[in-house]
Ligand binder design. Structure first.
Ligand SMILES: [Fe+2]
Length: 337
């Protein structure tokens, strides 16, 4: 831990929303509402939101060219936590900006502060979220949010120790465990970080000993947690029936035991719908290393040779891309155990 327990923010940080920039509004509405089963609110030709619970915004779609997640919103418990994190960012000399009134309204929050994060992913912090006046209009029974936040995000990086350093320094993230896995002949190491009772809110993957990032987007996937097994399986069927690309079939993860599948979003990154992950008990938890991401299932569906070639082309291009890890808030980084 980079701070003393007295000012630790662990447990007071919850993934609150993600902001997605896309031109593919029609596809995203079908994907998010009709396939995944989230509640859709259309706000304007250039903005739409998905809800998972009473909160007015869990996913904000805004029109733009990125086809990616561009910001993570973190719901903080109370002004003291907000002030503590703001102070850490300011002490690092990293510029933070107050969100505009219209931007706050779109995110369903009172006010928020934005500052840079690793991989070009803006971090937004707030303490007060607006609830929506209407009940959810969704096909399933709901999603699990609460103390564990709306789910998790996974990213790939060429500088995993700095990314881990960043989330440790800014949010007091704790290592839950590691997974070592080979995908398409490349050896990945994944670090799972928690900021509350959810096993991980951020997963950081890197390719061992190679300075390449095989994923074009800032996030590799976003995860949401379905309330029941039936909800998860029903959404899996809708994804397939509606013709969206399934990335990985239903399977179970080795570390948090979550049952899930991965669908490809209209923007290209993946969307994981999971069910029943374990909840971490801080009194007994000890980090470990698992071999392979899945104990069963999670087999690639519909991946073609062209997809694999594109993956390697993206990896080659990533060599040319400068990866900003916001070193002022990450140094000196945290090496793997
Ligand atoms: Fe995941």
């Amino acid at each position: 831990m980079s701070t003393s327990p007295a000012n630790s923010v662990f447990g007071k940080v919850h993934l609150g929303y993600v902001v997605i920039e896309t031109q593919k509004f029609g596809d995203w509405k079908r994907f998010g509402r009709d396939a995944i089963g989230m509640h859709l609110d259309e706000l304007s030709p250039d903005t739409a939101r998905f809800r998972l619970d009473d909160n007015a915004c869990r996913v904000l779609l805004r029109r733009g060219p990125a086809e990616d997640v561009v910001a993570l919103g973190w719901h903080l418990d109370g002004a003291a936590t907000f002030d503590e994190i703001s102070r850490r960012v300011a002490d690092g000399g990293v510029p933070a900006a107050e969100g505009g009134e219209e931007e706050a309204k779109l995110r369903g929050v009172e006010r928020f502060l934005r500052f840079p994060g690793p991989n070009g992913l803006a971090q937004e912090i707030y303490t007060s979220a607006r609830t929506a006046p209407l009940a959810l209009d969704i096909p399933g029974s709901g999603f699990v949010t609460g103390a564990g936040g709306m789910g998790h995000v996974a990213m790939t990086t060429t500088k995993p120790h700095l990314v881990r350093g960043y989330y440790d320094h800014v949010f007091d993230a704790r290592l839950s465990d590691y997974i070592d896995e080979t995908i398409s002949g490349m050896k990945f190491k994944i670090r799972f970080l928690r900021v509350n009772e959810r096993h991980h809110s951020v997963a950081i993957a890197s390719v061992n000993a190679l300075p390449i990032n095989p994923i074009r987007t800032r996030v590799q996937h976003v995860n949401v947690q379905a309330a029941t097994l039936d909800d998860m399986v029903s959404s899996y069927r809708r994804v397939k029936d509606l013709g969206f690309t399934m990335a990985l079939s239903i399977g179970q993860h080795t570390n948090d035991k979550e049952l899930s599948y991965y669908a490809q979003t209209p923007s290209g990154f993946e969307w994981e719908v999971g069910w029943n992950p374990i909840v971490v008990d801080e009194n007994t938890w000890k980090p470990s290393t698992h071999r392979g991401i899945s104990s069963w299932g999670h087999t690639p569906e519909g991946q073609t040779v062209v997809d694999k070639l594109n993956q390697f082309a993206a990896a080659a291009r990533s060599l040319l891309r400068r990866e900003d890890t916001v070193v002022a808030l990450a140094a000196p980084g945290i090496a793997d155990d």
